[in-house]
Design a protein around this ligand. Structure first.
Ligand code: PEP
Length: 253
């Protein structure tokens, strides 16, 4: 049985005060959920404060992005080594908002993935198709291309220490959720892409679903064979909602 993961992507939200309250509320409910990995991904500037607040708890720290480069003249970037230095264990790479709004190509995402992996951090690689791509029947081709770029860059071995998040773009922040069956179909395909290179790595790989996951729909999604948890956006900003999702991942609701 793969240990489930629930990661909260706060996106461009938060303040010192709001974060303190949110984290305190999450810590209050997360303490007894030891068989599920819980990761909070605040904006860069809040990583040290959130890291300090969760220190000693069963909640881990993640970042929302990382530079492909190690250091140098890359104004505005934050390196994977810096993220490790401030206590991150996980880094989201290739979120669809980065791909769509900030020009992150498959190759750039692969470079970020490599940098994160080389620092011993766990990349959470986001993949997913747009509505147009789903409607034109190319969902699996898109997924294969996105994963293929990473496999071409780093090979399959790093996937043993990575997480993949399937996030259909049409479901992110829209209130539209993939049905458990739609998500399972893609998750199973993701696992088979990795299995074609290494069956053992594929069997252990955690594949998260993301896209309008809420307390009300989490349990049915997490009940699917290849859905190993969730990457949560909007609902991660509401402690009660987030904890309901965490409890669903832990099988406690
Ligand atoms: C996300 O930002 O990765 C996400 C899944 O957002 P939401 O849960 O709001 O759809």
């Amino acid at each position: 049985m793969r240990t489930r993961i629930v990661a909260g992507n706060w996106k461009l939200n938060g303040s010192r005060l709001a974060n303190q309250r949110l984290v305190a509320d999450i810590l209050g409910g997360a303490a007894d959920l030891s068989d599920t990995e819980i990761i909070l991904c605040p904006p860069f500037v809040y990583l040290p404060a959130v890291g300090e607040q969760i220190s000693g708890s069963n909640v881990q720290l993640g970042a929302q992005n990382a530079a492909a480069q190690a250091s140098g003249a890359f104004t505005g970037e934050v390196s994977a080594a810096m993220l490790r230095d401030v206590g991150c264990s996980h880094v989201i790479v290739g979120h669809s908002e980065r791909r769509a709004l900030f020009g992150d190509t498959d190759e750039i995402v692969a470079g970020r993935f490599r940098a994160v992996h080389e620092q011993g951090l766990t990349p959470i690689l986001c993949i997913g198709e747009s509505l147009e791509e789903r409607e034109s029947g190319v969902t699996m081709t898109v997924i294969e291309r996105q994963i293929g770029a990473v496999l071409d860059a780093v090979g399959v071995e790093p996937l043993a220490a990575s997480v993949i998040a399937y996030e259909p773009v049409w479901a992110i922040g829209t209130g539209l959720t993939a049905t458990p069956e739609q998500a399972q179909e893609v998750h199973s395909h993701v696992r088979s892409i990795i299995a074609a290179r290494d069956a053992k790595i594929a069997a252990g790989l955690r594949i998260l679903y993301g896209g309008s996951v809420k307390g009300a729909n989490a349990a049915e999604l997490f009940a699917m064979a290849d859905i190993d948890g969730g990457l949560i956006g909007g609902a991660a900003l509401d402690a009660a909602e987030f904890l309901t999702i965490c409890r669903a991942a832990a099988g406690n609701n």
